[in-house]
Design a protein around this ligand. Structure first.
Ligand SMILES: Cc1cc2nc3c(=O)[nH]c(=O)nc-3n(C[C@H](O)[C@H](O)[C@H](O)COP(=O)(O)O)c2cc1C
Ligand SMILES: [Fe+2]
Ligand SMILES: [Fe+2]
Length: 401
């Protein structure tokens, strides 16, 4: 990526931008490797620009676009998603090219009007499910993908080159590699972790809607997927589709146990480490241990979905659950954590009650089986607690999904 302008096919260009200085994406997600706001241009008899960019980068995005356009002008701006990380440049582009039409669905234009104070009614092309738009050789079909992850989201399939412009779907945290933006030598290490963290935290709640979109996609012959964040996908498409199928159906990716804990003075931490050791000794396929206060909670949430079982360990705090654990449980519920087996470790010096309280939170979720035996620690772990841990692990071994 010597310049930010990149060619994807003979007639399709990348006009997107990297953002490597943003502190938190969507106001809460750590992105140590940055993020890209992707935008594409299809050059044909008619020219279509696919989405814009975040306001932090609209100047750079416009420069890329102008370089691609040369002396031509865009005929259409396709607005697949009105979230501001992709739509900040809508008014800017509309002002620069008064002859350009804006393409979206009815909901898109309601939102355009909310964000920009006009719905561009004189140049709005309102499309519905399955509708087509010809650019010449390229023919775009629009498919509605409500709640993946806003209500107005639609994806665009270009049938001549067999490309799916998938909106936020199949996106990933992390800026694009300047030298080799599309290369994914090993999807499992280079794509999965940050795509998982992105998907489960940002879209995770809407599994049913993603399943519906995957069914529509299954009816299309797709050679490339062009998402709004991260690399375009053009090899091993089956791998990415399988991941999306697992995540959106809330199925674990592999057998294993996440041990997520919080600790004030270190005693619950010791118990969590004991849990992890006993799990390994029992031959558990994969054991991940995380201190909730010191980890990226979005990453821990991703691990909870990746694995089929979980152990939660936390002290009692002001008669309640230690705050960072309560927060974790809130995130799990909001992302529809389900179909898992969970064991609990509680701690308290005068009235331990996190076990009961964590169980109540888990019971609000769908299809969560909670181990009857709670490891109840009074300040520091005892030999009896170690035996209780052993019983929980036996139970976890019997509850492999
Ligand atoms: C602000 C604060 C509030 C606490 N509230 C309770 C409580 O309501 N009930 C209880 O049994 N222990 C309470 N504790 C004590 C801890 O839960 C207890 O010491 C526990 O063993 C700490 O585990 P740790 O060593 O993993 O930090 C509280 C501690 C602090 C600092
Ligand atoms: Fe979005
Ligand atoms: Fe986005």
């Amino acid at each position: 990526m010597q310049t930010n302008k990149m060619q994807i096919t003979e007639t399709i260009y990348y006009a997107g931008v990297n953002d490597t200085t943003i502190d938190l994406f969507e106001g809460q997600y750590r992105v140590p490797a940055g993020i890209s706001y992707n935008s594409y241009v299809i050059m044909d008899e008619k020219i279509a620009v696919m989405d814009t960019a975040d306001q932090r980068k609209t100047t750079e995005w416009m420069e890329n676009l102008n370089e691609i356009l040369g002396d031509r002008t865009p005929d259409y701006l396709i607005v697949s998603h009105m979230e501001p990380d992709h739509s900040a440049g809508v008014a800017l582009l509309a002002a620069a090219y008064p002859g350009m039409k804006l393409v979206g669905n009815a909901k898109t234009f309601q939102m355009i009007s909310q964000f920009f104070g006009t719905d561009y009614s004189d140049r709005a092309v309102i499309v519905a499910e399955g509708e087509k738009l010809s650019l010449g050789k390229h023919i775009l079909s629009f498919y509605m993908a409500p709640m993946v992850h806003w209500p107005e989201v639609m994806v665009t399939y270009e049938e001549t080159e067999k490309i799916l412009f998938s909106a936020d779907g199949f996106g990933k945290f992390g800026a694009l590699d300047e030298e080799d933006p599309w290369s994914i030598a090993n999807p499992e290490t280079e794509w999965d972790p940050e795509a998982r963290r992105y998907y489960l935290n940002i879209v995770g709640k809407y599994g049913m809607q993603v399943q519906a979109l995957l069914k529509k996609a299954a009816g299309l012959e797709i050679i490339k997927i062009c998402p709004l964040h991260g690399p375009i996908l053009q090899e091993n498409l089956q791998h990415y589709l399988e991941k999306y199928n697992a995540w959106s159906s809330y199925e674990p990716e592999q057998k294993g146990v996440l041990v997520a804990y919080a600790s004030i003075y270190g005693n619950t931490k010791k118990a969590a480490e004991e849990v992890a050791e006993q799990l390994k000794a029992a031959g558990t396929e994969c054991v991940e241990i995380r201190d909730l206060a010191r980890s990226d909670m979005a990453e821990v949430l991703g691990q909870a979905f990746r694995l089929d079982r979980m152990v939660l360990a936390a002290p009692t705090y002001d008669g309640g659950i230690y705050p960072v654990m309560e927060e974790f449980l809130t995130h799990l519920k909001s992302k529809s954590y389900q179909k898992r087996a969970v064991a609990l470790v509680e701690n308290g010096t005068w009235a331990p009650m996190t076990g009961r309280l964590m169980r109540a939170k888990l019971e609000e979720m769908k299809n969560i089986t909670v181990c009857e035996q709670v490891v109840s620690i009074r300040s520091a772990m005892t030999a009896t607690n170690k035996q209780e841990i052993g019983k929980c692990i036996e139970w976890l071994q019997q509850n492999i999904l």
